[in-house]
Ligand binder design. Structure first.
Ligand SMILES: Nc1ncnc2c1ncn2[C@@H]1O[C@H](COP(=O)(O)OP(=O)(O)O)[C@@H](O)[C@H]1O
Ligand SMILES: [Mg+2]
Length: 229
């Protein structure tokens, strides 16, 4: 069907459902006999896991926006060399939970760092690797944060304070800027972005994503449904 690998990314605010949908799509693609790599940023490599803990866990020190930017880019540089490049070269389908768009949305629109400078710095690490298809899971901020909070409660069965909450603790207008930033990026590249209404049910979203990916691969509805359902 294809000769070269392909990078599909999932973007959206906290709690929009990225980590829920990624494995669902992965399962479907595997049933079709495709080779899939599921990964994420930050944290897709050993170095990245360390960087992730600096970035997402609440610590009692502060972090300059520019320091934050370069931590994300360090994670990405390692991730590209270790995971993305080899997988693309061997023709795999990569499903990545956040990528370059998140840096523009969070550090650019959210933190207010200059977008053009971020694009340049990001280009240094991405070596031309760009997603072919990006799902933007869009939902109201309050809904995403509520879900993210529920998720922590589900995992810990206790107070969510202190775990992966550096961004969740940001004021609502920060998250609002990130959401609008993502929508702006999607408007600028409608051929790459597929914006999904993430307030729908998990099942509806799963179906929409699957339809879009099958369209992207040029597969007819009847053919793949027989194989995976
Ligand atoms: N469409 C949905 N409707 C309701 N709850 C959802 C939906 N998608 C995900 N969730 C729940 O919301 C929480 C956050 O989802 P998650 O996939 O972890 O979001 P993200 O990775 O985007 O931060 C999880 O507890 C998940 O079960
Ligand atoms: Mg997630």
């Amino acid at each position: 069907m294809r000769k070269k690998g392909v990078l599909i990314t999932f973007e959206g605010v906290e709690g929009s459902g990225k980590s829920t949908q990624l494995p669902l799509l992965s399962d479907h693609l595997k049933k079709l006999g495709l080779e899939v790599v599921v990964t994420r940023e930050p944290g897709g490599t050993a170095l990245g896991k360390e960087v992730r803990s600096l970035l997402v866990e609440k610590k009692d020190w502060s972090m300059e926006p520019i320091a934050e930017l370069f931590l994300y880019l360090s994670d990405r540089a390692q991730h590209i060399a270790e995971i993305l490049q080899p997988a693309l070269q061997s023709g795999k389908i990569i499903l990545c939970d956040r990528f370059s768009d998140a840096t523009l949305a969070y550090q650019g629109y959210g933190r207010g760092l200059p977008i053009q400078e971020i694009i340049k710095a990001n280009a240094l690490v991405t070596k031309g690797i760009r997603p072919s298809l990006t799902f933007l899971l869009d939902c109201p901020i309050a809904m995403g944060l509520w879900r993210a909070n529920q998720r922590v409660l589900k995992v810990l069965g206790a107070s969510p304070l202190g775990v992966e909450d550096r961004f969740e603790k940001e004021p609502t207008d920060f998250h609002q800027r990130v959401r609008q930033g993502y929508l702006e990026l999607a408007k600028g590249e409608p051929q790459r972005f597929c914006v999904i209404d993430a307030s729908k049910s998990e099942e509806e979203i799963r179906e929409e994503i699957l339809q879009e990916v099958m369209r992207f691969f040029g597969l007819e509805d009847r053919r793949w449904r027989l194989l995976i359902l």
